[in-house]
Design a protein around this ligand. Structure first.
Ligand SMILES: *Cc1c(COP(=O)(O)O)cnc(C)c1O
Length: 350
């Protein structure tokens, strides 16, 4: 007897970027982690929450993430009923599919973009429709009226780094019959957010993560802003204690320290500008980036050759074998020193 659902037995599973066990010996530019520490208030809040002997851990955390939701609602200018928290924004992407798309129903996303959408659809047994990108970074052949249950839009786009213009996202929201999920994992590094569209259209959900701009990939924190009906549905299907006490303390502290966020984001953006200029001097084609990474292609358009040569020098970047992406690499913006070392290595490699 087959113990597994056929789609689960057949699926490959998501492969996250490499986390080398000897990470300190690498310049690690492959998973878009932030090179700077989180706000010092995060550490303080975690220590306070932990108590002297860790005695608070005896008790369950707040199942409603009240303080974190209130902090986010204040920051973004929405009522608290419009905000839901998550164990990393990946949890929200998963629950959005579970809430909106039944087995055999269609979800759409752009290819290339975040490949985890495909894995989640496979688990659910949802049908998938992928849309390509035009040369000027719009969705190719997007229908006047898209009937899929969900459309995932990563903006700023990963792994290419550009952002879709707000008027264009607005138009997509109108053309989607189902939910438009705007995955804003990188938006703190960008020039604008699409949050206002949540107020304008009932079918728009914006997801955010603390993994990149807030330097908290290790805490697993995310959130979404959406209409209360959608938030209530997502609330019903999540694990009731999805965020632990330390994560909740960290989240409120991080949201409460906007000057720290702005300072680290400004540093990364300045380094991004310098690094892109350096790449261009070496003859690389660089897509203007609104994120904390850049997608760059060497003159011979052989991403694998550069990836391997960097790897041999203990510099780890992200190479995608997909034919649409094999001409380049995605490189996370690290510290100035890390990016300078990377430019020196690229020059050597030639
Ligand atoms: C990193 C990333 C996420 C996941 O964020 P987590 O909060 O770490 O789960 C979601 N979407 C995109 C496009 C990302 O790059």
């Amino acid at each position: 007897m087959n113990l597994l659902r056929p789609n689960i037995a057949a699926m490959a599973g998501y492969v996250p970027g490499l986390q080398p066990p000897d990470a300190e010996r690498w310049i690690k530019l492959n998973t878009n982690e932030n090179p700077y520490s989180p706000s010092p208030r995060v550490r303080e809040a975690i220590l306070v929450e932990l108590g002297n002997a860790g005695e608070t851990l005896r008790k369950y955390p707040d199942p409603g993430s009240r303080l974190m939701r209130e902090a986010a609602a204040r920051l973004y200018g929405f009522p608290v009923e419009w905000v839901i928290t998550a164990n990393g924004s990946d949890e929200l992407l998963n629950n959005l599919i579970r809430a909106c798309a039944g087995e055999g129903e269609e979800i759409g996303y752009i290819h290339p973009s975040y490949s985890y959408y495909a894995t989640l659809a496979e688990i659910q047994g949802a049908k998938v429709r992928t849309f390509g990108l035009t040369d000027d970074f719009r969705i190719k052949d997007f229908p006047e009226r898209y009937d899929g249950r969900l459309l995932f839009l990563t903006t700023p786009h990963a792994p290419l780094g550009f952002a879709f213009p707000l008027e264009y996202i607005d138009e997509l929201a109108r053309r989607c019959a189902g939910v438009l999920v705007i995955d804003e994992a990188y938006v703190d590094f960008a020039e604008f957010t699409a949050l206002e569209l949540v107020k304008k259209y009932a079918n728009v959900v914006v997801t955010r993560t603390f993994s990149k701009s807030y330097s908290l990939a290790g805490m697993r924190l995310g959130l979404a802003v959406a209409r209360p009906e959608i938030v209530a549905a997502l609330d019903k299907i999540r694990d009731h204690y999805h965020l632990d006490r330390l994560a909740l303390a960290a989240a409120s502290a991080a949201l409460g320290d906007q000057p720290h966020l702005q300072a680290t984001v400004a540093r990364i953006r300045a380094t991004r500008a310098r690094f892109c200029a350096g790449l261009q001097q070496l003859g690389y084609a660089v897509i203007p980036s609104q994120a904390n990474f850049v997608f760059a292609s060497p003159p011979d358009r052989n991403g694998k050759r550069i990836y391997d040569a960097l790897h041999a020098r203990k510099i780890l970047v992200r190479y995608f074998a997909d034919p649409l992406l094999a001409h380049g690499m995605r490189i996370t913006i690290g510290t100035d020193a890390e990016m300078d070392a990377t430019l020196v290595a690229l020059k050597e490699i030639g």
